[in-house]
Design a protein around this ligand. Structure first.
Ligand code: ZN
Length: 107
């Protein structure tokens, strides 16, 4: 993955624990819970999204080495907050259910 090191973000709309949907890129269409937000690299780590194999050597005695699946980074611009009622990613989370219905009828 390209890592253009732009200025670190001061804050992101998406926070740890949020439900999000990936709207573009390799993991497009998947959704899950945000595990970590990296403001320096402008990426988030989402549970069970963009899984990668991480090869580790045992460093200490008794420690297990091997291949450990681990979440890979997803760029913040590829992620939207997930609205349960609309069943899709939204730029701004719907304030109430009525608004969600509006979205549903429109599309
Ligand atoms: Zn909604």
């Amino acid at each position: 993955m390209r890592t253009a090191l732009a200025a670190p973000l001061r804050k992101a709309k998406i926070k740890k624990g949020d439900q999000v949907q990936v709207i573009s890129g390799k993991s497009k269409g998947q959704n899950g819970e945000v595990l970590r937000v990296d403001l320096k690299r402008h990426v988030v780590f989402i549970k069970d999204v963009n899984m990668q194999q991480r090869h580790t050597k045992p460093r200490r005695q008794g420690e297990q080495g091997g291949i450990i699946p681990q979440e890979g980074p997803v760029h913040l611009s590829n992620v939207l907050t997930y609205c349960d009622s609309c069943s899709r990613g939204v730029r701004k989370l719907c304030a109430d259910t009525a608004q969600c219905k509006y979205f549903k009828n429109k599309k």
